[in-house]
Design a protein around this ligand. Structure first.
Ligand code: NDP
Length: 255
């Protein structure tokens, strides 16, 4: 039977390797845009309801993280408790509430994309759940950097606010019909402020946790969302002749 330290070392090694896979996927996604939402196209197999797809993709992140976190008793430590609240708060929203808000009738998502995202979510939730469950076990003496914890928590909250605010603008637009040019908030500067918020959010989480699993998840978030923001930006420019020319894709004045 492996000791807690051995399991944590294994989790760290898997996370570093997994972050390496994210680099490969980043390069792939710069060439092949994930075919869901506005980028949906034929040839990716069976299509299922968008809302069901999002719930199936995201719910395991909530369950798997909570399972390990509770099973290994790490949640009793205040830092692990905070990490768990952040993770599970995000995934309760993303898996149970967001699917109810997105357009349901005609919008479909390929099952193949749902399954790929499921693997991605199971890995990230598994690694982060095991780590925050074990590293903070009552008999452990975890090192915590208070400055990074507070800075990370503030960044996480800012990221959530930016992501939610701009997702809501988009969802309101979607409800009123087809696609339109979004305005308001950081849309003044970039095409995808909701993705920027999500990246800031998981950057904040990585600072709070100061762990390889959290850093690896941050790398995956960048790998998914930077190429998608570039693809959305190209799409807006090719579909709207009056699209604001001073808007960048993701980072104001930079990218
Ligand atoms: P999008 O910005 O593509 O879409 C969000 C919602 O708004 C969708 O319902 C979409 O409709 C609608 N929408 C978007 N743009 C417009 C527009 N111009 N006019 C009208 N409606 C619009 O985000 P995603 O669907 O890719 O992602 C959803 C959330 O999940 C985001 O918050 C993102 O940050 C997060 N995410 C996180 C990832 C991670 O790795 N951590 C990976 C992927 C997403 P439709 O679906 O029909 O296009």
């Amino acid at each position: 039977m492996m000791s807690t330290d051995e399991i944590l070392t294994l989790v760290n090694h898997i996370s570093i390797t997994w972050a390496g896979v994210a680099v490969v996927i980043f390069i792939v996604l710069l060439r092949v845009t994930a075919p869901y939402g506005r980028h949906t196209k034929p040839g990716w197999g069976l299509l299922i309801s968008n809302a069901a797809g999002w719930a199936v993709m995201e719910l395991p992140s909530l369950i798997v993280y909570a399972g390990f976190w509770i099973y290994f008793s790490g949640w009793q430590h205040p830092v692990s408790f905070l990490l768990g609240v952040a993770w599970m708060g995000h995934y309760t929203w993303r898996s149970l509430i967001f699917p109810l808000l997105i357009r349901k009738k005609e919008r479909k998502i390929p099952l193949s994309i749902v399954l790929m995202a499921l693997v991605f979510n199971l890995m990230n939730a598994g690694l982060n759940g095991i780590w925050s469950g074990l590293y903070f076990q009552p008999e452990m003496q975890p090192e915590v950097n208070d400055f990074l914890l507070i800075a990370g928590a503030l960044l996480f909250i800012c990221g959530v606010a930016i992501n939610q605010y701009h997702d809501r603008i988009l969802l309101r637009l979607r409800k009123s019909g087809g696609y339109a040019v979004p305005y308001g908030g950081l849309f003044r500067f970039v095409s995808c402020p909701n993705f920027l918020g999500e990246i800031i959010e998981w950057g904040g989480f990585a600072l709070m946790a100061c762990s390889w699993p959290a850093l690896s998840f941050f790398a995956w978030t960048i790998a998914n969302l930077v190429p998608r923001a570039l693809a959305h930006h190209r799409w807006y420019n090719s579909h709207f002749t009056d699209y604001p020319t001073d808007r960048k894709a993701l980072i104001p004045a930079v990218l």
